[in-house]
Design a protein around this ligand. Structure first.
Ligand code: SF4
Length: 386
């Protein structure tokens, strides 16, 4: 962003847009900074006050983006720059409108934005991961953690014990959520049920929670529900129970199939065989659920490369996918808080380098292209709840 470029404000819906040369800054209806986007790069703010910088690289394929989180000591200067630009741009608005936006913007000093982070932490345990098409849903943590929590590649929920909220706890969570979001809640449509496998909640209790959320947040916000699920606890739900859940508005489920190769599943400590996982997903398809199927490209390294792709292709061919389903290709990243590294070393496995992972992603994309579902990238580095 060049300080010399002419600044222009526009109000679009209830948001403020600031145009500065090729850069566009966006602020929400409360004056909180949302996004700065310019040629080949962008900085986005999450509800937890994380700032993620994205760069688009001149690289073909699914890995043509880089992400980094701005350090705490970089943020105040960044915020001062974008807010100074926004305040200077207001001269281009009608005077009354400019005054309204001036009042909204001046509140958000770097310190106030940090306090906003504390308010976020009052509502939520960290939102460790979301499907990439759900970053803008409203997350309601009906559970904490994952009831299994032992997959070798996953450290998203190692910091918490699995817990299903009681009606009273859910009430408190929803009240805090409403207070934190304020008017911003009206812009959300759809509820993502946290955390890692909330679908495991017994049917009657889950339906009670969907009704409680809808009663509190209203049909506009809680019209539809989404969640992660595992494929190995579905036998606890009857087809009739699944139908009732679907009829209550939970219609999209995201699941980590990871691989169709059983030897690799066993190494990754993913319970059940690929055949059992596919059976569970086909039961959901029968009822009408839309699926998001996550595949862990590069897991097991070069030694598993062919077996991993062949087994997964076979599993996906047996899955009754339709054009409304999505297959997410998630490049494998070595977790920090599991013993993946030592287990891989003991098994003589190596890890793909970044360029090799990029090649694997392209290879998988081409191999899966004939399937009816849409195929897209799911980079866990990109994750930001905004
Ligand atoms: S991958 Fe899913 S099932 Fe496995 S530990 Fe992580 S959240 Fe739980």
């Amino acid at each position: 962003m060049s300080p010399m470029t002419r600044l222009l404000s526009k109000v679009r819906g209830n948001r403020l847009m600031v145009l500065q040369g090729p850069w566009i800054l966006r602020f929400d209806q409360t004056g909180r900074f949302l996004l700065a986007s310019g040629p080949g790069r962008a900085v986005r703010r999450g509800l937890d006050d994380r700032l993620v910088r994205t760069r688009t690289l001149p690289v073909r394929g699914l890995l043509g983006r880089r992400y980094e989180i701005l350090e705490a000591d970089e943020k105040p200067a960044f915020y001062r720059r974008v807010y100074n630009a926004a305040l200077s741009s207001l001269a281009s608005l009608p005077r009354d409108e400019a005054r309204v936006w001036q009042d909204r913007l001046v509140r958000w000093t770097p310190e106030a934005l940090t306090t906003d982070r504390e308010a976020f932490d009052d509502v939520y345990l960290p939102i460790s991961i979301l499907p990439p098409d759900q970053y803008h849903a409203l997350v309601v943590q009906i559970t904490h953690g994952c009831s299994y929590n032992r997959c070798l590649f996953c450290d998203f929920y190692r910091d918490r014990r699995f817990h299903v909220k009681t009606p009273e706890e859910l009430d408190r969570h929803l009240e805090r959520l409403r207070a934190f979001m304020g008017r911003r809640i009206e812009e959300r449509s759809g509820i993502f049920l946290g955390d890692g496998n909330a679908f495991v909640v017994p049917t009657a209790r889950l339906i009670g929670m969907l009704e409680q959320i809808r009663r509190t947040l209203g049909d506009n916000v809680a019209g539809e529900f989404y969640t992660f699920m595992d494929t190995f606890t579905l036998e606890h739900k009857s087809p009739q129970g699944l139908r009732r859940i679907y009829d209550h508005g939970l219609r999209t489920v995201y699941t980590g199939l990871e691989t169709g190769a059983d030897r690799l599943r066993a190494f990754l400590r993913k319970p059940g065989t690929a055949r059992e996982a596919v059976h569970a997903l086909n039961v959901l398809k029968e009822v009408g659920f839309r699926l998001g199927v996550i595949l862990l490209v590069g897991a097991g390294g070069p030694a598993f490369a062919e077996e991993h792709l062949d087994g997964t292709l076979e599993a996906l061919r047996n899955l009754h996918l339709t054009s409304e389903d999505v297959i997410f290709l998630s490049p494998f990243m070595e977790p920090e808080d599991t013993d993946y590294e030592s287990q891989a070393r003991a098994a003589g496995l190596t890890t793909f380098s970044e360029p090799e992972t990029a090649r694997e992603l392209l290879r998988w994309q081409q191999a899966l292209a004939a399937l009816p579902a849409r195929i897209t990238l799911y980079s866990i580095k990109e994750h930001l709840y905004f």
